[in-house]
Design a protein around this ligand. Structure first.
Ligand SMILES: [Zn+2]
Length: 230
């Protein structure tokens, strides 16, 4: 775009930082430099025995696990995820995914991943939001690392009416019954990076991870953009 025109547009519609709301300077994308520096990075990388890896001990066979940011109530990561999920700002996800990938690229690539995939969103939420926030993160991550992103490797099971009725009477709805492998995508023998936006208890990742590990000789690593802590 013509620079004079773009300056003119910014005068009336300033691009603002998704973290703190101040106008962005030229060259800044999505968040300002101040927020970029203040991102509450975990610095876990793929360090052995980090908190995310420990979260899955005894639950899921994980090769590597990490999280990019700490997610605290009213913190910067929570603000950014809120923008991504509820303010129609898919570019916030792309940007976070890009940084996550870029800042850890070497250690990630050393583990020889084959594909990157995400936790599928419930169809009702997908319809309401228009995009799966984790897919947006994955696109940026893939761009930064060169790891191929394949969406929808895992699907949410669709239930028949009778099954739905049955489920309603079952107080302890089983998370592992919610997902299945998309048979059109062959993952056997591959090292898969499973990516999500926020990890809290890890139950969803555990259920999706089990589905991926049900295929022959797959290797699984868990990557969450944010790690919810108190
Ligand atoms: Zn800012």
């Amino acid at each position: 775009m013509n620079e004079i025109l773009s300056n003119f547009i910014e005068l009336f519609y300033p691009r603002i930082c998704s973290g703190c709301g101040i106008p962005l300077l030229k060259g800044e994308q999505v968040i300002c430099l101040g927020c970029h520096i203040k991102l509450p990075r975990t610095e876990f990388g793929f360090q052995k025995e980090n908190a995310i890896e420990q979260l899955f001990w005894g639950r899921l066979k994980v090769s590597h696990a990490t999280s990019f940011l700490y997610y605290r109530k009213s913190g910067l990561a929570q603000k950014l995820i809120h923008e991504l999920k509820y303010k129609n700002r898919p570019e916030v996800g792309y940007h976070l995914g890009y940084l996550f990938g870029q800042e850890n690229k070497e250690s990630f690539l050393m583990t020889l991943p084959d594909i990157l995939t995400t936790v599928p969103l419930h169809p009702d939420k997908l319809k309401a939001r228009g995009y799966n926030q984790s897919d947006e993160i994955a696109k940026g991550f893939s761009e930064a690392t060169g790891i191929r992103f394949i969406p929808s490797v895992i699907s949410r099971k669709e239930f028949t009416e009778t099954q739905t009725k049955k489920k309603r009477y079952n107080r302890w709805e089983n998370m592992s019954d919610k997902f299945e492998l998309n048979n059109d995508i062959i993952i056997s023998g591959k090292h898969i990076f499973l990516l999500d936006d926020v990890i809290t208890t890890g139950a969803t990742m555990e259920a999706c991870g089990k589905v991926l590990l049900s295929s022959d000789n797959t290797k699984l690593s868990i990557l969450s953009t944010c790690f919810a802590i108190n």
